[in-house]
Write a protein that binds this ligand. Structure first.
Ligand code: GDP
Ligand code: MG
Length: 406
């Protein structure tokens, strides 16, 4: 059973709308005059009906879809705000056992009211969604909240539609009854889709050579400095770490890394030509981790990216792990473009930076599921070495599906 509200300039017109949409089966719950008709403006009547869900006919799509989506999002945040008030009320009741029974009853009543308003808002949001809904997807209204949240976080539309279809198909009917269980199910589903590369600490004689590539200014050098500190000082044991920089083009680029290396007392080699590269690797061979910084290049600068692959051809003995560094503030389409252009190199892992600059991680999610490349680290600020964490699906999902949810 669902409540639906119809408004029109007169009672007869509102009733006509009810009949058109839900036929004669509708049970009128309430009807009222919201605004009296005056000489200069029309009146407004509202009829609320209770209907079986199966009887609701799909409405015509509204032409101004963008406007509808905006309204939906506003409703979504209003609903969220109200549900957080409701949760707070709940906690307060639990935490204050010495309230008078009367006061307690009042709070319980208030909570009921808030929950009711919250449900109404969610319902309104759902109705708006129904209007904006594309015919081919036919999303049930109770999924509107997760749809709106995911969409606004930047998940690619194609991915989201596909995931929604799967969710609708496989979610047990019992779970569909309330929006929290739906959200939980959806959260788990998305979590399963995110490929994460867990960090494995190296033990000699093994070593790990990691090269960091990506556009200019994404944070490659900063990430390398953080990782060098992590491997050298912050893991369960101290590791020997060496650094190589191939970024000798930009004035200051070498100095930037040199300064970090000096502070951490780590060896650093500067390489200009591919022929020097194997010498640098050779001189750092006693290290368990070798981190290689590269010159940043626009994804359209094929020549620079190809030059990097020449470095890889030089040393055929060492396995070099290629990490593509990307920024969380880049739009999904651009991320994909960058990924494709850097794919001349055998990309192994993705690293995301600047997660502190946005909370909308849908673009990251979409890139991970599109490319199926695992993500290894998140950089969450400018501080070296602290603002770096191992990548976790939960971190992304909190940004996508409502911050307080876990
Ligand atoms: N807010 C924020 N800034 C970052 C992050 N990582 C790097 N930066 C900043 O981005 C700028 C470019 O970083 P850099 O490491 O030189 O980028 P590169 O050109 O890819 O080597 C610097 O000002 C960094 O401090 C991050 O995770 N968050
Ligand atoms: Mg750099």
């Amino acid at each position: 059973m669902k409540l639906k509200t119809y408004t029109a300039e007169s009672y007869t017109e509102a009733l006509k709308k009810v009949k058109e949409e839900v036929g004669d089966d509708a049970v009128i719950v309430s009807s009222k005059e919201i605004k009296k008709k005056t000489l200069t403006s029309p009146g407004l009547y509202e009829i609320v009906v209770a209907v079986e869900e199966a009887n609701i006919m799909p409405r015509k799509p509204m032409s101004d879809k963008a406007h509808t989506q905006e309204v939906m999002l506003k409703l979504s945040s209003a609903a969220k705000e109200i549900s957080s008030i409701s949760k707070k009320e709940n906690k307060e009741i639990i935490n204050q056992p010495n309230l008078t029974p009367k006061k307690n009853d009042e709070i319980i009543e208030l909570k009921k009211q808030v929950t009711k308003i919250s449900d109404t808002l969610k319902f309104l949001q759902a109705s708006m969604w129904e209007i904006a809904n594309k015919n081919e997807l036919q999303l049930p209204p109770e999924f509107s909240e997760i749809y709106a949240l995911s969409r606004s976080s930047g998940i690619n539309e194609k991915h989201l539609d596909e995931i929604m279809k799967l969710t609708i198909k496989y979610m047990p009917l019992k779970m569909r009854k309330n929006s929290e269980t739906i959200k939980r199910y959806f959260y788990t589903l998305l979590k399963k889709m995110i490929p994460v590369r867990m960090e494995r600490e190296i033990t000699p004689p093994y070593k790990k050579i990691m090269m960091f590539v990506g556009p200019t200014g994404v944070g490659k050098t900063t990430t390398i400095a953080k990782l060098a500190a992590r491997f050298a000082y912050k893991l369960s044991k101290r590791h020997k770490v060496g650094i190589i920089t191939l970024d000798t083009y930009r004035i200051g680029a070498v100095e930037q890394l040199m300064t970090y290396a000096k502070m951490m007392r780590l060896p650093i080699e500067t390489v200009v030509d591919p022929s020097d590269f194997s010498l640098a690797l050779e001189s750092l061979r006693h290290n368990e981790y070798i981190l290689i910084d590269t010159v940043g290049s626009s994804q359209h600068d094929k020549e620079k990216i190809e030059k990097l692959s020449n470095f890889l051809k030089v040393d055929t003995f060492s396995e070099i792990n290629i990490n593509l560094v990307l920024s969380a503030v880049t739009k999904y389409d651009d991320l994909l473009d960058i990924y494709k252009n850097f794919s001349i190199l055998p990309i192994d892992t993705l690293v995301f930076t600047k997660l502190d600059e946005t909370k909308n991680y849908g673009n990251i999610f979409s890139l991970l599921i599109e490319t199926k490349k695992p993500v290894s680290y998140f950089s969450t600020g400018q501080e070296v070495p602290d603002d770096l964490t191992q990548a976790e699906a939960d971190y992304l999902l909190k940004g996508i599906l409502n911050k307080e949810f876990n």
